[in-house]
Design a protein. Structure first.
Length: 418
């Protein structure tokens, strides 16, 4: 079992700026601190967090909320992630009592002024991180937002790195060892903790490569009323026919033993209903995804194909619908890439993902990901006596470390190899 952690120190606060000691006491972030938190958010944008924990201090919570903005991950306030307790020195300037402060910091023990001891802090850091690790599942990516001294103790006691020597060297170069908004990456694999990267400014942070394989099962919705009457059906919608429901059930039957971990569906009702039928065996949350909607055919939505055969074919070949209120090829391409990027980012290694979408979207995926020409594809499938994009059909492909490969082109459920 492996869990990846990304620890962020809160952005600069009023006490940081004024040179006041700030442990269990608190002060708000400055405008600069907010920008540092935003920079951390940008640096971590490529990472999908499965869990997020913050110190109870407002400066940490506010930083975490900025990083998680737009995410549906719930922030867990963990009391034990709080900063070192500096006792009666809380809120005083670093220039006050310089000799006493120097002595306390030298041994990391503030018990003489009713603060925390080094031994207690070491135990708290170790027990807190072990408890968080026990709450995680294999492959989880975890955001932690805490404080400078907490981070120093974590590096020293849990990650077994000589942070003291590193700190002395950094001070010679006038470098902040734990910068505000700085990011550190480390991992826990079967109970073994490992430092991946020391704290760095958000602009310098580069997350380690995530080696990942994701298996995709793509299902076209069952036959609809508009399919039956040969009408164009992009962003317009029509219900599944009894035959379409049977096709969705057939797809559900052959996918019943697949260990699906995520189900994404186009928000069109024909796809959503197909996803619901398949999900009866899996009982997962179906995630609505507008990025999986069919190509927008604009004014051609709803027209009978036979009346516009040549015109529709010409437009399909270049996906030129923007002049009639729909999408163009570049827009469709970007939508596909952005959607898959989001889904891959969310998935963990070796997970199976179900996508329920549409026929023309499938053809565009073949072109965007695999360079397959639409007309050539139709000719080859017909020569093999196979349908190009059957309703209820299943298409499988795999993502591995930035590349996609086809496992099996779309076939009707009864021809799918389980």
């Amino acid at each position: 079992m492996e869990v990846k952690f990304y620890l962020v120190r809160h952005g600069e606060t009023v006490f940081n700026r004024k040179g006041r000691i700030q442990g269990v006491s608190d002060s708000p972030m400055t405008p600069k601190g907010i920008k540092q938190a935003e920079a951390a958010s940008e640096a971590l944008a490529s990472i999908h967090f499965d869990r997020a924990y913050s110190s109870p201090s407002e400066r940490a919570i506010d930083t975490a909320k900025i990083i998680l903005e737009g995410s549906d991950i719930q922030l867990d306030i963990n009391e034990n992630l709080h900063e070192f307790d500096f006792g009666r020195y809380e809120g005083t300037r670093f220039t006050s009592h310089p000799d006493e402060l120097r002595n306390c910091f030298a041994i990391n023990d503030f018990s003489s002024v009713d603060g925390e001891t080094r031994a207690r802090m070491e135990v708290r850091v170790r027990e807190t991180m072990q408890a968080i690790a026990r709450e995680c599942e294999d492959g989880d990516r975890v955001l932690l937002v805490s404080h400078g001294m907490f981070e120093i103790f974590l590096i020293r006691t849990l990650l077994d790195f000589d942070i003291d020597a590193y700190q002395k060297e950094a001070e010679k170069n006038n470098k902040n060892v734990i910068p505000n908004g700085g990011i550190m990456e480390f991992s826990c694999t079967d109970g073994e903790w490992k430092l991946v990267s020391l704290p760095s400014e958000p602009e310098q942070f580069k997350p380690s490569a995530e080696n990942k394989t994701v298996h995709f099962y793509y299902v076209r919705h069952g036959e609809t009323l508009f399919n039956m009457f040969n009408r164009m059906q992009g962003w317009c919608d029509s219900p599944l026919t009894p035959n379409g429901i049977a096709q969705a059930k057939a797809a559900a039957h052959v996918l019943r033993h697949v260990d699906l971990r995520h189900i994404y569906s186009s928000t069109s009702s024909r796809a959503w209903r197909t996803a619901q039928i398949i999900n009866e065996k899996h009982r997962l949350e179906i995630k609505p995804c507008k990025g999986l909607k069919e190509v927008n055919f604009g004014d051609f939505d709803g027209v009978v194909r036979d009346s516009w055969t040549n015109e529709i074919h010409r437009r399909h070949m270049t996906e030129t619908w923007d002049d009639v209120g729909g999408e163009n090829e570049a827009q469709v391409r970007q939508r596909i890439l952005d959607t898959l990027d989001m889904i891959v980012k969310t998935a963990k290694n070796n997970e199976n993902v179900l996508l329920v979408s549409h026929g023309t979207y499938y053809l565009n995926m073949l072109k965007v990901l695999f360079g397959i020409d639409r007309d050539q594809y139709f000719v080859e499938r017909m020569s093999q006596g196979m349908q190009a994009m059957p309703n209820g059909g299943i298409f499988t492909f795999t993502y591995t470390n930035g590349s996609y490969v086809i496992d099996e082109l779309m076939v009707p459920p009864e021809e799918f190899k389980e």
